[in-house]
Design a binder for this molecule. Structure first.
Ligand SMILES: C[S@@+](CC[C@H](N)C(=O)[O-])C[C@H]1O[C@@H](n2cnc3c(N)ncnc32)[C@H](O)[C@@H]1O
Length: 297
């Protein structure tokens, strides 16, 4: 006759409970230690800590006997575009963004490779572009960015993309009506309103009539998690907020900080440049919102 051994069941439950309890305790302790250290550790130490992290990842990767993935930039460049030097995270996010763009295009009735001239504006070191490398021959990929080092890397390593540097403010040297699809991932999340206005006008100039422009923004989800309550109120009142947080200020120029939007602001303001055909909450990597725009013929 089968008998339940209550002693074993109790031991198993006990072990799981202990593991969960330890994990919870460790998380609480880490939060507490971070709070304790914040006023003591000088801000000047933070960039060194990040540099150490990037250096550590570079060192570990150089020791690894595994074959280096093609199209993978050095950890320092990965950190520059995503704030994280880890290889796995860089590749996974790029692939996810490609899938998310594909999903966002559904209301347009088109798929990615139906477009023939695709521009990744603010392409960085090609985190998304590398996932489009198996494009059909009649589809051309373009990348543009203000950062000469990133574009230089793309030109040397991504032979399926035509890359060039653009100035921080328009114009670009692309001709009118060139692209049928333009996407901007994590670019307008860093520009102030004046820069955004000027770039919206330029994107409109270089997009084909009926061309699609996809722009990721920090919407309500990111604002709730990143902004203190007083700035959340300011954002709700104004619809757009440009904010220099302590981390970003350490690395980037004044015009390139952190921006937030409300969906209402985008629908009201950006419609001066494009038809706003969709606003997908958390449409990019389950984090940024994605705005789907169409150039009016
Ligand atoms: C957070 S990174 C994202 C890069 C890339 N889109 C990705 O998802 O990996 C933002 C990029 O925008 C670029 N950028 C900043 N201002 C720009 C501007 N005015 N025009 C074009 N690119 C710009 C930066 O150099 C940087 O590579």
């Amino acid at each position: 006759m089968f008998e339940i051994d209550y002693c074993i069941i109790f031991t198993i439950y006990y072990k799981y409970a202990l593991a969960y309890f330890s994990l919870a305790l460790a998380l609480i302790l880490m939060k507490f230690i971070r709070k304790l250290l914040r006023p003591i550790v000088p801000k000047a130490f933070v960039p060194h800590a990040f540099r150490g992290w990037v250096w550590g990842v570079t060192f570990c990767e150089s020791l690894s006997l595994c074959r280096r993935e093609p199209f993978l930039p050095l950890p320092r460049l990965r950190f520059k575009v995503s704030g994280n030097p880890q290889k796995r995270q860089y590749l996974a996010v790029g692939q996810q963004i490609k899938d998310d763009l594909q999903t966002a295009l559904k209301p347009t009735g088109k798929r990615l490779y139906d477009f023939k001239n695709i521009l990744d504006f603010g392409c960085g070191c090609g985190r998304t572009l590398i996932w489009l490398r198996n494009k059909p021959d009649d589809c051309r990929l373009f990348g543009s960015d203000t950062d000469g080092e990133l574009i230089d890397w793309c030109q040397k390593h991504l032979d399926f993309v035509e890359c060039r540097v653009n100035p921080p403010l328009p114009p670009t040297d692309y001709p009118d009506d060139k692209f049928d699809l333009i996407f901007l991932i994590s670019v307008f999340t860093h520009l102030d309103e004046e820069y955004q206005r000027q770039w919206l006008a330029e994107l409109n100039r270089i997009a084909q009539p009926s061309g699609i422009v996809l722009i990721s923004v920090h919407g309500p989800t990111v604002a709730r998690q990143k902004l203190p309550p007083d700035l959340q109120r300011t954002l709700a009142e104004r619809g757009a907020l440009f904010y220099a947080d302590s981390f970003w200020k350490l690395y980037f120029s004044e015009y390139y900080q952190t921006s937030f939007h409300t969906p209402e602001y985008i629908k009201n303001t950006w419609s001066q440049y494009f038809d706003v055909i969709d606003y997908v909450e958390q449409g990019i990597n389950n984090w940024h919102d994605l705005v789907v725009l169409k150039k009016v013929c």
